[in-house]
Design a protein around this ligand. Structure first.
Ligand code: ADP
Ligand code: MG
Length: 668
């Protein structure tokens, strides 16, 4: 076994699991050990049995004296175990897991973690996590800091933990350090081997901190190096330098159903200037949700059309691609521009001026000869590789990336030295700030009444059911479907409801959205699939269930789906979780309407044990580093310059191949 061993050839990973892992882009063993926990459960050191108290969440270890299955009066099966150490005995019970008696045997040493309560009048571990102690392995599920992984696609954290524990000791000796020793010394970093060991199996908080720091350093460093490489590449490349047909552009602008805002005009100018240059554009267009980025991109691609070149627009989801397709068509079709849609299920005609699609489009054979302009919407959803592939299709096209996920300008500029930034900082006029409420569970019916009232005035509502984990799972689809039926049959029988989730066929999705857009459906029940970009001007209410499960940035994005007309809009946040932490986070949303501010608060409010989310680091393509690593980002800059010079002299072959592995270098 080595780092490139295919996932399906690893021990104890079956067909089901390996296909799920592939969804996470985990294809080989090396990817699995680079799959990091996003937080840790702090269970603490094992206690002596005599120290255990009722209500504790604790861990203990001892020898098994007895295990047996009992059947209760109600025909439920209980597995009971008696455990001892030098200070006493304690029981443990599990419900409906009769197979446990096959694993747990008298005489084994075992470690338990979980809630201690009373059962049949005796102090007992109720449904604890367990692991049989093996002197060759460090316990990882039941004591200390237990890593929690994104439990995507039906693979539990425990399962991921076990698989990683299994392969880590075999793989670690084969991992070579790719950073120069001096770099490690100068920056006080631990070796990659140790970092990987510690991030998955930490002995204490310090080990986690060290590991995170090393990995964050590496991520930031690679980002710098990519930017350096890209910059020198772009400097050597030529793009189509377009003629600015000012009159024609102004005439289209004057025919729009609205007046462009000042920032829209400013960023359009910046983009058009770039397009007129020989050097390929690499520009980030940042603007909060609803600020009107799409029309800017459409106008820029009209200029490309006027010059006889083609544009490709990539959207993160099919729904969004369809929406952009419609927007572009409304603005540009009357001018004779041929626009084609290309998704996984719909192949475009070969004749087009603008091609719009999901990432499926980059794998297609779709005549990219005269491609001069690439627009990437919501770039955080794309891997670097995809961008590189698309870039390589034509002759050094201009690239415009649009995003609503804010990152501080200064950060973007330092990190991506090769990137220019345009910002739309004010929304179109006549919009009211969205009123956001944190709704107590007992007010649920009142909230439904409120929605009913608004709908009878001709307005529309979204009702969002949470995602159970990071990707669409069967479970979250079920939750949404179930809620949809309940709402349609019991709560809003007088209205017509629609449902939208990731498992629907694109035709169905399209139809649902069209029905919602035209007002045939008044309420759309959806998974967070609607988070990014969907534009339904008639919707004024965004109701979010289990809001605590979302990061503030996601909630802000969801909220941005309403407030897109001159009517007052509302966001209603529901949660069953009444902890102070949750209240604080959700109240931030009530108070602030600014995406950047919310991203910062999200960071502040998450403790150090839980912040390594994929969420706020999304835009940066980081797994570990976050905005809170700002000081580190400055420190890495110096190191990156030193290393870049070494790279150019070919003296760091390992690092160099790492850059190529990730397809960081644009094809030349
Ligand atoms: P985002 O920046 O989130 O991608 P969109 O491009 O989807 O925002 O625009 C949101 C809505 O605002 C669309 O319905 C669009 O037609 C409308 N819009 C864009 N620019 C203006 C403007 N200057 N005045 C009024 N409405 C506008
Ligand atoms: Mg958008």
């Amino acid at each position: 076994m080595d780092l490139s061993t295919k996932i399906e050839d690893l021990p104890k990973i079956g067909r089901f699991a390996s296909s799920r892992l592939k969804n996470l882009k985990i294809n080989v063993a090396g990817d699995l050990i680079y799959h990091f926990p996003f937080r840790y459960e702090e269970i603490g050191n094992p206690k002596k049995i005599s120290e255990l108290r009722e209500g504790d969440l604790s861990s203990t270890k001892g020898g098994i004296l007895e295990v047996k299955n009992l059947v209760t009066r109600y025909r439920k099966i209980i597995t009971k175990m008696l455990l001892n150490d030098s200070t006493g005995t304690i029981e443990a019970v599990w419900f409906n897991q009769p197979f446990l008696t096959k694993t747990l045997k008298v005489g084994q040493k075992i470690s338990l973690a979980g809630k201690v309560g009373f059962f049949s009048n005796r102090l007992t571990f109720i449904n604890p996590e367990y692991e049989i102690l093996d002197f060759k392995k460090r316990p990882i599920h039941t004591q200390g800091f237990v890593p929690i992984y994104p439990e995507t696609s039906g693979l539990t954290s425990k399962w991921i933990r076990s698989r990683i524990q299994e392969i880590l000791p075999i793989l670690l000796p084969k991992i070579k350090e790719f950073l120069p020793l001096e770099t490690l010394k100068r920056n006080n970093l631990i070796a990659i081997k140790n970092a990987l060991d510690q991030i998955h199996q930490p002995r204490d908080l310090n080990e986690i901190t060290q590991a995170r720091r090393r990995i964050a350093f590496e991520e930031i460093l690679l980002t710098y190096l990519k930017a350096f490489v890209r910059k020198s590449y772009l400097n050597k490349k030529e793009a189509a330098s377009l003629t600015i047909h000012q009159e024609k552009i102004l005439s289209v602008i004057s025919q729009l159903p609205f007046t462009l805002t000042a920032p829209q005009k400013k960023v359009l100018k910046e983009i058009i200037y770039d397009l007129s240059q020989k050097r390929p554009m690499n520009r980030l267009l940042q603007g909060d949700v609803g600020s009107g980025k799409t029309v800017v991109a459409a106008l820029a691609s009209y200029l490309v059309f006027l010059n006889g070149f083609k544009t490709a627009l990539m959207a993160p989801t099919e729904i969004l691609a369809i929406q952009h397709y419609n927007t572009f068509k409304t603005v540009l079709s009357p001018l004779g521009v041929k626009i084609e849609l290309c998704t996984a299920t719909k192949k475009p005609k070969t004749e087009y001026d603008i091609l719009i699609g999901t990432h499926a489009l980059i794998f297609g054979e779709t005549g990219f000869e005269k491609l001069a302009f690439i627009v990437i919407d919501e770039q955080q959803r794309f891997g670097v590789e995809q961008r590189a592939v698309l870039r390589g299709k034509g002759l050094s096209p201009h690239v415009l990336t649009m995003t609503a996920t804010p990152i501080p300008r200064s950060l973007a500029l330092t990190l991506y030295g090769d990137l220019s930034i345009s910002i739309i900082d004010t929304p179109p006029p006549g919009r009211y700030p969205i009123k956001t409420y944190f709704v107590h569970p007992e007010k649920r019916l009142k909230a439904y009444d409120f929605i009913r009232e608004k709908i009878s005035l001709g307005e529309q509502a979204f009702i969002i059911c949470p995602l159970v984990d990071l990707s669409e799972t069967l479970k979250s689809v079920k939750a949404a479907t179930h809620e949809y039926e309940r709402l349609q049959n019991e709560v809003f029988p007088e209205f017509s409801l629609g449902i939208l989730h990731g498992r629907m066929k694109s035709k169905e999705k399209e139809e649902t959205l069209r029905n919602f857009l035209t007002g045939q459906k008044q309420i759309l029940v959806a998974t967070p699939i609607v988070e990014v970009g969907i534009d339904i001007p008639g919707a004024t209410i965004m109701m979010i269930e289990a809001a605590e499960r979302f990061g503030l940035s996601s909630l802000h994005q969801l909220r941005g789906r309403v407030g897109r007309s001159s009517k007052q809009s509302y966001c209603l946040l529901f949660t069953e979780n009444t902890s102070e932490q949750v209240k604080k986070r959700l109240n931030a949303l009530v108070r602030y309407n600014n995406g950047l501010k919310l991203a910062e608060i999200d960071l502040e409010l998450r403790g150090p044990g839980q912040l390594y989310g994929t969420e706020q680091s999304g835009l940066l393509d980081f797994k570990i580093a976050t905005l809170s690593d700002l000081p580190l980002i400055a420190a890495v800059r110096k190191e990156a310059e030193i290393i870049y010079n070494l790279l150019k002299k070919d003296s760091l072959p390992l690092l160099s191949s790492k850059l190529e592995d990730n397809k960081l270098i644009s094809p030349d």
